[in-house]
Design a protein around this ligand. Structure first.
Ligand code: UD1
Ligand code: CA
Length: 456
C-alpha cells in the first residue's frame, strides 16, 4: 500500500503574536514547516499534501521541496475539515499519515511505527504526559481499547485526569477517512470539525483503533507560542550538542552552542562557549573554535585554530591555519594551509597562499595571493573605484610594508617588496622594491614653537 502524507498548516497561530505565519517561525535555522516536510520526505511517501490557509502565499513561497501538493483551506473550521480539503487529491488505495506544521521534532522511526499500524484501521500516536493540560485525552474501554478522544475543553473532570493524550498525529487507510470524515460534526465547545472524531466513528463501526506511544515529549510538542518555540529550540540544541560530544567533539558548555543548519566534525574538535554555526559547516580533526565566533557555510581544515570573536562566512580554510581573534572572513575567502589571518583583518573574494600572513588591521579584497607573503599592518587593497571592482595579484614571497595602499588593478610580482606607507598604483616587477611615499626631509637647527606669553 502506498503512503500519502497530509501536513496541516492552515492555522493562524494567534498566540505567537506575529505577522509571520506560525509554521514559518524558525527552529535551528529552518522553519517549523520545513522540519516537518523534511521528516515527511524521509518516509518516501508517494505524495505530500500541505494544507495552508493563513499566509498561504508566504508559506508556499518559503518551503523548499519539489513536488509538494498545496491545498487551500479557506476557512479554518477544524482539523477534520482541514484533512477533508486534501482528500480529493489522495489516492483511495493509500494509507494516509496526518502531520502538523507546528509539531516539528517527531522522529521518523515513530512515524514508521504508526503507519505500520494503520493498514486496516485508523491508528493514533499517543503520549503519557505529567501535565496533560490542553490536550485531547485518550478514552479507553475495559479491554484497554481506544474508544474516543475528548478535547480538553469538552472533557469532564474525570476525563481531565487522564494522562494519556492525543498527539494529533494519526494514520488511517484513505477509505476510512473518506467514510468517516463526512460524518464528523461540529457540535462541540469550539464549533470545529475535529479530526480525532473519526476514531470514535470507526469504533462505532466495529473497528479496533491501533495506537502507539511516543518515546519522549519533545517528539510531540506542538508550538503555540514563543515560549514553546524556545523550549523546542533549546531541547533540539541540547540533543544536537549531546550527539556532537558522543561523536568526539569537546564543548566548553553544551548549553552555549547553537547549530542552525548542519555541522559535521571530525575527531578532537573543540568548541569554546557562545559559538553559532549556520548553514553547512565542516570542521576537520583537531580544529579549535574560540569563544564567540559565528561561522556560516565554511569548510575548515585539520588543526586550524579560529581564535575568539571571529566571523566567518562562506570561506574555505586549509589545514593548520590561524584566524583571528576579531577576524572577518567574507564570502569567497580561500586560505591555503598554514595561512594566518590576524586581528581586525577583513578578507573577501581573496585567495591567501600557503604560509602567508596577514596579521593586523588589514583589508584584502578581490586578491590572489601566493605563498609565504607577508602583509604589514594597515594594508588596504583598494579594489573599488566607485564604479568597478579590480583584482590585486600578489606573488609568492612578496613583502608589503605597513600602512600601504595597493590600488587595483595591480600586480606585485614574486619576491617584490613594498616600502611601508606606500601608495602603489603600478606593477612591481619580481624582486623590485617599490617606495611610493613622500621623501623624508630632516631640517637641522629647527626651533620648536614656544608658548606665547599672555599679555595682560
Ligand atoms: C489538536 C488535537 C488535540 C491534540 C493536540 C495535540 C484536534 C481537534 N485536536 O488540538 O486532540 O491533543 O492537537 O497538539 O485535532 N489546523 C488547520 N486547519 C484548521 C484547524 C487546525 O490547518 O482548520 C492546523 C493548525 O494550523 C495546527 C494543527 O492543525 O497546526 C492543530 O490545530 P489546533 O487548532 O492547534 O489543535 P489543538 O487545539 O492543538
Ligand atoms: Ca495546537
Amino acid at each position: 500500500m502506498s503512503l500519502e502524507i497530509i501536513i496541516l498548516a492552515a492555522g493562524q497561530g494567534t498566540r505567537m503574536k506575529s505577522s509571520l505565519p506560525k509554521v514559518l517561525h524558525s527552529l535551528a535555522g529552518r522553519s517549523l514547516l520545513q522540519h516537518v516536510v523534511d521528516t515527511a520526505s524521509q518516509l518516501n511517501p508517494s505524495a505530500i499534501h500541505v494544507v495552508t490557509g493563513h499566509g498561504s502565499d508566504q508559506v508556499r513561497r518559503s518551503i523548499e521541496h519539489p513536488g509538494l501538493q498545496w491545498v487551500e483551506q479557506e476557512e479554518q473550521l477544524g482539523t477534520g475539515h482541514a484533512v477533508m480539503q486534501a482528500m480529493p487529491a489522495v489516492s483511495p488505495e493509500s494509507v494516509v499519515l496526518v502531520l502538523y506544521g507546528d509539531v516539528p521534532l517527531t522522529q521518523v522511526a515513530t512515524l514508521r511505527q504508526l503507519v505500520a499500524l494503520a493498514e486496516k484501521a485508523p491508528a493514533l500516536l499517543t503520549a503519557h504526559l505529567a501535565d496533560p493540560q490542553g490536550y485531547g485525552r485518550i478514552v479507553r474501554d475495559a479491554n484497554d481499547n481506544l474508544v474516543a478522544v475528548v478535547e480538553h475543553k469538552d472533557a469532564n473532570e474525570e476525563q481531565r485526569k487522564i494522562r494519556e493524550i492525543n498527539t494529533g498525529l494519526l494514520a488511517a487507510p484513505c477509505a476510512d477517512l473518506e467514510r468517516y470524515l463526512p460524518l464528523v460534526k461540529n457540535d462541540n465547545k469550539q464549533g470545529e470539525y475535529y479530526l480525532p472524531d473519526v476514531l470514535s466513528l470507526a469504533v462505532e463501526d466495529g473497528k479496533t483503533i491501533g495506537s502507539c506511544c511516543a518515546e519522549n515529549e519533545l517528539e510531540i510538542l506542538g508550538v503555540n507560542d514563543r515560549v514553546q518555540l524556545n523550549q523546542v529550540e533549546r531541547e533540539y540544541q541540547r540533543r544536537l550538542a549531546e550527539a556532537l560530544m558522543r561523536a568526539g567533539v569537546s564543548l566548553a558548555d553544551a548549553s552555549r552552542l547553537d547549530v542552525r543548519g548542519s555541522l559535521t566534525c571530525a575527531e578532537d574538535v573543540s568548541i569554546d562557549v557562545n559559538v553559532v554555526f549556520e548553514g553547512t559547516v565542516v570542521l576537520g580533526s583537531g580544529v579549535k573554535i574560540g569563544a564567540n565566533c559565528v561561522i556560516s557555510n565554511a569548510v575548515i581544515g585539520d588543526n586550524t585554530v579560529i581564535n575568539p570573536m571571529s566571523h566567518i562566512d562562506s570561506a574555505t580554510i586549509g589545514t593548520a591555519c590561524s584566524v583571528g581573534p576579531f577576524a572577518r572572513l567574507r564570502p569567497g575567502t580561500v586560505l591555503a594551509d598554514k595561512a594566518r589571518i590576524g586581528n581586525f583583518v577583513e578578507t573577501k573574494n581573496a585567495q591567501v597562499g600557503a604560509g602567508s600572513k596577514v596579521n593586523h588591521l588589514t583589508y584584502i579584497g578581490d586578491c590572489d595571493m601566493g605563498s609565504d607573503v607577508n602583509i604589514g599592518a594597515g594594508t588596504i587593497t583598494c579594489n573599488y573605484d566607485g564604479v568597478n571592482k579590480y583584482r590585486t595579484t600578489i606573488g609568492s614571497g612578496v613583502f608589503v610594508g605597513s600602512n600601504s595602499t595597493l590600488v587595483a588593478p595591480l600586480d606585485l610580482e614574486v619576491n617584490s617588496f613594498v616600502g611601508a606607507g606606500s601608495t602603489v598604483t603600478k606593477k612591481v616587477a619580481a624582486g623590485e622594491l617599490a617606495v611610493g611615499r613622500a621623501r623624508q626631509r630632516n631640517i637641522a637647527g629647527w626651533d620648536r614653537p614656544a608658548k606665547k606669553r599672555s599679555e595682560d
